[in-house]
Design a protein around this ligand. Structure first.
Ligand code: GDP
Ligand code: IMO
Ligand code: MG
Length: 435
């Protein structure tokens, strides 16, 4: 049975750790949207890996890793990342497949990203992601397959550079100069390193008999269609992106399990609405205890209480079969823990996640309060060690969402987790049975 792992909040939920540990049981691991804006952290015996473009499951040497067509790929960074992992003794290039239909991120996309940020800040990762998707949908993008035909690639880059130059001059009153030859040569240099990995990945995925794990990047609330638009990323980072991103028909996923990853609280990096954000010392404490600094940009993450209105939106629109709750340990020792169950805007109460930015920006959280627990849950692996008050918190979340919490993660390390309900592999233990 295939498995889809998705971020259920604003990214950085701990997907990397969860994908890594579950990949042990899958043969193919697939990234299908986004690009190097992702930063997925895995800790194995104190050794830290941060993956940006490669599927996290590639760290298991039995897997085949796939970079599918919906991704935007910065080949230079990809080669760097591959070499870094290979330098740690883990082979990559002999089991990596890169879609010939994926679009490329090139240096001018990053220049544009920085320019766009000057006018209406989103707080992007400046990795060129928005502009790469922008040119893709403007039907001007350069794809991986174009690298096989140097004349075609040259003419696409020439056209792109003229377009960007004009845009910079006319809209931003900025000078822009980049040499076609330089962009082309740099791209071709990277291409030489990975060209044997390039293939039609949708055809591979459609025909393989192997078990597949699909790894979402970013999170549902950053999805360009169902997130906090325009403060989102430029791809469908919810389940909506699966079919187009992999090139597989929607019915391919009809038997798959969909698991969302959520922290036991909430964070977001960059601008945009965040109704439960804590700008006080409690938020500061969450940031310090949770080490909430971006894995890609190092920026401090904004922190707040868990937002169940937003999480329910993710459960419903992704069709989640269950939630993996990470970083429960960060809440250890808090006297009181709050969880948002509705939004108040003036005299109205909203139970559903609104589309309107005007509403989201004014939304005041309605909280349910819980007594915190004193015991440490850091690194626990036995459900009997879950404090009763923590279990109350978990069960409240489950009831509210109408979806089971299938696993708890209790530290960054690969082996520190507790199964509560194994809906993925068939065994069924509900957390309510455990208490
Ligand atoms: P991703 O983008 O969803 O893969 O998440 P990131 O790697 O950007 O950020 C998650 C951070 O939380 C990383 O530093 C992880 O090592 C860390 N982490 C993951 N699970 C846990 C957990 O259960 N407890 C603690 N304390 N840290 C965790
Ligand atoms: P992972 O996969 C958290 C955020 C950026 C910004 C917005 C748009 O590690 O969870 P972009 O560069 O994509 O155009 O930026 O999206 N963002 C992320 N936030 N985790 C991520 O990835 C993110 N990828 C993008 O901070 O607010
Ligand atoms: Mg991350």
């Amino acid at each position: 049975m295939n498995l889809v792992i998705l971020g259920a909040q604003w990214g950085d939920e701990g997907k990397g750790k969860i994908v890594d540990l579950l990949s042990a049981e899958y043969e193919v691991v697939v990234r299908y949207q986004g690009g190097s804006n992702a930063g997925h952290t895995v800790m194995v015996n104190g050794q830290k890996f941060i993956l940006h473009l490669l599927p996290t499951g590639i760290l298991h040497t039995h897997t085949v890793g796939v970079i599918a067509q919906g991704m935007v790929v910065d080949l230079e960074l990809l080669v760097e990342e591959i070499k870094q992992i290979e330098s740690k003794g883990i082979s990559v290039r002999d089991r990596l497949l890169i879609s010939d239909r994926a679009h490329l991120v090139l240096p001018y996309h990053k220049t544009l990203d920085a320019l766009l940020e000057k006018r209406g800040k989103i707080g992007t990762t400046l990795r060129g992601i928005g502009p790469a998707y922008m040119l893709k949908y403007a039907r001007k993008g350069a794809r991986v397959c174009d690298l096989w035909d140097k004349d075609r690639f040259y003419s696409i880059i020439k056209d792109n550079l003229e377009f960007v130059e004009e845009l910079c001059k006319k809209v931003y009153c900025e000078d822009f100069q980049m040499k076609v030859d330089e962009v082309v040569d740099r791209a071709l240099e990277s291409f030489e390193e990975i060209k044997h990995c390039i293939t039609d990945t949708s055809s591979y995925l459609l025909n393989t008999k192997k078990s597949i794990l699909f790894e979402g990047a970013q999170g549902t609330l950053l999805d360009v269609d169902i997130g906090t638009y325009p403060y989102v990323t430029s791809s469908n980072s919810s389940a909506l992106g699966l079919s187009a991103g992999t090139g597989l028909p929607p019915k391919f996923f009809s038997n798959a399990k969909f698991i969302g990853v959520s922290k036991a609280y909430a964070t977001r990096v960059g601008e945009g609405p965040f109704p439960t954000e804590l700008k006080d010392e409690v938020g500061q404490l969450l940031r310090e205890k949770g080490k909430e600094y971006g894995a890609t940009t190092g920026r401090p993450r904004r922190c707040g209480w868990l937002d169940l209105v937003a999480l329910k939106h993710a459960v419903d629109l992704n069709g989640l079969d269950g939630i993996v709750l990470t970083k429960l340990d960060v809440l250890d020792g808090f006297g009181e823990i709050k969880v948002c169950t509705a939004y108040r805007v003036e005299d109205k109460v909203f139970k559903n996640f609104p589309a309107s930015l005007s509403l989201l920006e004014k939304a005041q959280p309605v909280y349910e309060c819980f007594e915190g627990w004193k015991e440490s849950t850091y690194g626990i692996t036995n459900y009997k060690d879950i404090p009763e008050k923590a279990m109350n918190y978990i069960q409240f979340i489950e009831r509210f969402l109408g979806a089971p919490i299938v696993m708890l993660s209790t530290s960054p390390e690969r082996d520190k987790y507790i199964w509560l309900s194994e809906i993925i592999h068939g065994r069924k233990v509900a957390s309510s049975d455990i208490c």
